[in-house]
Design a protein around this ligand. Structure first.
Ligand code: C5P
Length: 235
């Protein structure tokens, strides 16, 4: 169990923002589903021992056949049904993991440009602090806007960061955070938020502008460009 890390990949979004009918994690980039790109990096990284996927209930067989078996992802041990919200999908994944690891690395299926170095750095910080996330500093000027469409104030961006995944946690800590959120009926948009509200520190590790989340049709074009620029480079 010591130092054992399970990667938990929420891939159960319906991707309605894409406007299509194919769930966005199955959309293709360079001719391969996003999920395949994401899993390749997790499969290649020695610090990840096992992978648990959460996909829409109706896609479990498809995912096992067309993604996991077809592409030979031997670390994928469980494919669970996702839930209504991302947080529910992660909770289902955590239930499947049980107590079989010391660390859990949560990574969104729709961020195919994570790197092995990112995984190692975030796990290193999680070993030190219990929780760590990959994030990038805010580069744009941030405005607070009223319901009337008028700017109320400019937020100091010096201390603002945009959280990405991977996010790594001591497994028992993330389990506790999800239990508490569930009990309180609290809904967060990432896992770190649930840990923060326990009052537990969460470390930040430098992410990358390339580690984009593919959620809108225009993101696919950016993704293709990143993929082309990376051709031949190690992940
Ligand atoms: O919804 P959002 O864009 O934040 O999705 C981030 C990740 O969470 C995606 O990989 C998506 O497939 C996953 N997700 C999920 N279950 C949901 C909603 C989103 O696993 N109910």
């Amino acid at each position: 169990m010591a130092n054992r890390t399970v990667a938990l990949v929420p891939a159960a979004g319906r991707g309605l923002r894409m406007g299509g009918t194919i769930p966005k994690q199955f959309l293709t980039l360079g001719g391969l589903p996003l999920l395949v790109h994401t899993l390749r990096v997790l499969e290649a990284e020695d610090a990840v021992h096992e992978i648990v996927l959460a996909v829409p209930e109706a896609d479990r067989d498809f995912c096992l056949r067309e993604i996991v078996t077809r592409h030979g992802f031997t670390k994928v041990k469980k494919i669970v049904a996702g839930g209504e919200r991302r947080q529910d999908s992660v909770r289902h994944g955590l239930q499947a993991i049980g107590d079989s690891a010391e660390f859990v690395l949560v990574h969104d299926a729709v961020r195919p440009f994570l790197t092995r170095e990112m995984i190692r750095r975030v796990l290193e910080q999680a070993a030190k602090h219990g929780a760590a996330v990959v994030a990038v500093p805010m580069r744009d000027t941030v405005k607070q806007v009223g319901a009337d469409g008028l700017i109320q104030s400019t937020v100091d961006r010096q201390r603002l960061w945009l959280a990405q995944t991977p996010q790594a946690f001591r497994l028992s800590l993330l389990q506790e955070a999800h239990r508490k959120a569930d009990l309180d009926g609290m809904h967060g948009t990432d896992d770190a938020q649930l840990v923060e509200r326990l009052g537990h520190p969460v470390a930040v590790v430098d992410g990358s502008g390339e580690n984009i989340k593919i959620t809108r049709p225009e993101d696919l074009a950016i993704g293709e460009a990143i993929l082309a620029a990376r051709k031949g480079q190690p992940s």
